[in-house]
Design a protein around this ligand. Structure first.
Ligand code: ADP
Ligand code: MG
Length: 318
């Protein structure tokens, strides 16, 4: 089996994304201007984001003998994600989601169903592949496999990046402890800590983990723990068409910048820049940044420090 830079494991979804009409009339039919079916889900989008940025990335999930699994596979292949670690279980089916996009703000409301989802067990996590990897990335949905993956990564001395956006506090707290980088949506962080504002959430997360702690809140940007207090990274202002997948792209880009050796402030800025590009089009994976697209993007709004790093970074990993 090939070596992978990144092993990604987390919720794997097929999204049906629909832009809502200005007015929705209950119990009537509406022809809508835009609708698409696309691979989605935090863990799966993070895998695609890292593969798009050039990292050899393998997705760890279960697929079965059904159409939804075939769609998910085709979507992974489209972005260059390796399927070598996919576990075959005949009845396993990725989650399904309906994503409703508000045409005026680009904000999305997600409805998802995991009825036939066949969650991974700890034994599905391939120890040998983790030992040869450079980073693992996972989310709070696949909690059992995520815990094993993060613990193995820690034992191997490689970073373990964790996305927390939901989940029972008792279930996700052990994940916090095992991760080296925790990125929580503000809502997820609030749910685990019971605190309200980002700085308090970040401080409270510190009781369960020695990880780098980050909280994101959509257009309000992101916050991160440092030894000298909490720092803030604003979101880049764009004409957002659909914010689906912004968070996942943020995570993937943060992990990519970590692999590239960027300092914290520039990791956050790079992540916010990549995430903003995902908001420009409908769907989480339509505008995933690649090294080539970043090279030709307008970098004038970036800090001099990040511009310097982007110039010196090879912008294409080996
Ligand atoms: N509409 C948007 N325009 C520009 N950047 C955005 C937008 N929405 C999110 N982002 C960026 O993505 C990051 C993560 O988004 P967030 O909505 O907090 O994650 P999630 O999708 O997981 O809830 C934000 O901190 C911000 O940098
Ligand atoms: Mg998210």
């Amino acid at each position: 089996m090939a070596d992978f830079d990144v092993i990604a494991c987390g919720l794997n979804v097929v999204d049906n994304v629909v832009v809502l009409p200005e007015t929705v009339r209950r119990n009537e039919k509406h022809q809508v201007p835009k609708m698409l079916i696309q691979g989605g889900g935090p863990g799966a989008n993070q895998a695609c984001g890292l593969a798009a940025l050039g990292w050899r990335t393998a997705m760890l999930t279960r697929h079965g003998d059904n159409t939804v699994s075939r769609i998910a596979e085709a979507e992974f292949a489209r972005h260059g994600v390796a399927l070598d670690l996919v576990v075959h279980a005949p009845r396993a089916r990725p989650a399904l989601a309906v994503v409703e996009v508000d045409p005026s703000s680009g904000e999305r409301t997600v409805f998802y169903n995991v009825a036939d989802y066949d969650w991974l067990s700890a034994d599905d996590v391939p120890e040998a592949a983790v030992k040869r990897a450079k980073l693992v990335i996972t989310d709070g949905y696949e909690a059992t496999a995520a815990l094993r993956l993060l613990q193995l990564a820690r034992a191997c001395g490689i970073p373990g990046v964790l996305d927390i956006e939901t989940g029972e506090p008792e279930k996700v707290r052990p994940l916090y402890a095992a991760a080296t980088h925790v990125i929580a949506s503000l809502e997820g962080g609030r749910r685990t800590t019971g605190c309200e504002n980002p700085s308090d959430v970040i401080a409270a997360m510190g009781q369960w983990t020695d990880a780098q702690r980050i909280v994101t809140d959509g257009v309000n940007g992101s916050w991160a723990s440092t030894p000298d207090g909490v720092i803030h990274q604003p979101a880049f202002r764009v004409a957002a068409a659909d914010s689906t997948g912004c968070g996942d792209s943020f995570h993937a880009a943060y992990a990519s910048a970590l692999l590239d050796g960027f300092p914290l402030a520039e990791r956050l800025e790079f992540a916010a820049w990549c995430a903003a590009q995902v908001a420009l089009a409908l769907g989480a994976r339509t505008c995933l940044p690649t090294r080539a697209s970043l090279r030709s993007s307008d970098q004038s709004l970036l800090s001099p420090a990040l511009q310097r790093l982007l110039r010196s970074a090879r912008l294409s990993p080996s």
